[in-house]
Design a protein around this ligand. Structure first.
Ligand code: PMT
Length: 400
């Protein structure tokens, strides 16, 4: 029972995902944790306190002025007792209150008072999640150290499709575990992760690029950092939020990525190349914007870019672990195996980027981890969960 003796406060706010809080409580209890639930008034419209009381074995708190059985200032007592403070589901409303320091009910009052790490699992309509006000509140909270799990993309209860679905209880519990029992199995290791897509300039305003958001690489960098590694990120163009506290070398083109990686490669213990570099670049990029000539086509001459992973593989030193990705749309495993050998990698993460929920610019991935001795299937899961799985396999290879 990994969480025996751990005190967790779980705030539940009013959204359709509130029913999933029951499974979060149940899983935490099975792991030995002591769980104290605070519900908002709205949450009580979606799930009864009795359910969460029965599962947690503790009274559910919701009213700031309720008379407690033993005399304590309840919100301060819970704020102090928490080793981690979780809010799942977290509505746009509670995120806004937290960002502004509003304390007008038991949950917002207690979370404002706590010194414990705070983890939120947002759940809301896509329009609310992407609204400028929510984006700003999320950014403010992140900057203050509040951690986020999800939201995931998918079908929402309101009938829309997009980002805003609460992470599954298993993922929330995993995130809680990572806070309460951080694994430090990568302490002392230097890890370089590449992320994002490259841009190959055609002229000052146009380029050849791809849809890589950086999410996969960032998840790997963040997970390695949490496990104690000294991490360096080398980033092409990305749209996802950068993990904080990790030094980043920014590049634009594949040639720049090559230089940045080669400059740092020798000192790394582990190199993970999740970036999507272009294989070709325009042979003669134009200094001025290319003018349209009506009625005429245009032919671009492309030249081959250096293969960074192959160059790193050629210079591999004993003790280094090299991991690449294979982004395929057909013959996934055959193509990936060829790349594993050709680039002298220790592992390749094969993802079929034509599958829904996998590959470019989504929060989830589906992959097979190929090594010379076997293959590990990783079904649809968050990029964070996959990152942990990849690191587990890397550490198993290194300790073999
Ligand atoms: O960033 P996200 O939106 O989260 O998307 C994640 C991802 C789809 C980009 C990621 O999961 C992924 O598959 N990354 C590899 C993309 C790619 O370039 O695949 P590839 O099969 O073309 O290349 C194989 C390997 O060689 C990769 O490790 C790549 O980084 C590397 N490579 C490729 C070309 C090149 N010129 N030099 C390289 O080093």
């Amino acid at each position: 029972m990994k969480l025996t003796g751990k005190e967790i406060v779980l705030g539940v706010t009013g959204g359709i995902a509130a029913y999933k809080a029951a499974e979060v409580v149940s899983r935490l209890r099975k792991m030995g944790a002591s769980v104290h639930v605070i519900m908002t008034e709205n949450a009580r419209q979606f799930i009864t306190p009795l359910t969460l009381e029965t599962l947690s074995g503790n009274p559910v708190v919701h009213d700031t002025f309720e008379r407690p059985a033993t005399w304590e200032v309840e919100h301060i007592a819970l704020a102090k007792r928490a080793e981690v403070f979780v809010i799942a589901p977290a509505t746009a409303n509670i995120l806004a209150k937290m960002a502004c320091g509003i304390a007008d009910d038991m949950l917002s009052t207690t979370v404002l008072a706590t010194k414990a790490p705070v983890l939120v699992a947002p759940a809301m309509n896509t329009g609310m999640w992407t609204a400028p006000a929510t984006r700003q509140n999320v950014e403010t909270l992140r900057q203050r150290g509040v951690r986020f799990v999800g939201p995931e993309a998918g079908f929402l209860a309101c009938g829309d499709e997009g980002s805003g679905r609460m992470s599954e209880p298993a993922a929330i519990v995993e995130a809680i575990e990572a806070i309460l029992c951080p694994r430090r199995d990568m302490e002392g290791l230097r890890v370089m992760v590449t992320a994002g897509g490259t841009r190959e300039r055609l002229d000052p305003v146009r380029y050849i690029g791809n849809d890589s958001s950086g999410k996969m690489g960032f998840a790997l960098a963040e997970a390695a950092r949490q496990r104690g590694a000294e991490v360096t990120l080398v980033c092409g163009h990305t749209t996802a939020e950068r993990p904080r506290g990790i030094p980043v070398a920014e590049v634009e083109s594949t040639c720049e990525l090559y230089d940045a990686v080669m400059e740092r490669a020798a000192e790394q213990d582990i190199i993970i190349q999740a970036a999507a570099p272009a294989d070709y670049r325009p042979a003669h990029p134009s200094v001025q914007k290319i003018k349209k000539k009506a009625g005429e086509g245009i032919t671009l001459e492309l030249v081959e870019n250096p293969d960074i992973a192959a160059a790193v593989g050629a210079g591999k030193r004993p003790g280094q672990t090299l991991v690449g990705f294979a982004a395929e749309t057909e013959h996934l495993l055959d193509n990936a195996r060829r790349k594993l050998d050709k680039k002298n990698l220790d592992m390749i993460v094969a993802n079929d980027v034509s599958r829904s929920g996998a590959g470019f610019n989504v929060d989830t991935n589906i992959a097979t981890l190929l090594t010379r001795s076997g293959a590990v299937e990783c079904p649809l899961q968050s990029k964070q969960a996959l990152a942990e799985r990849i690191l587990d396999e890397i550490m198993a290879l290194r300790n073999a």
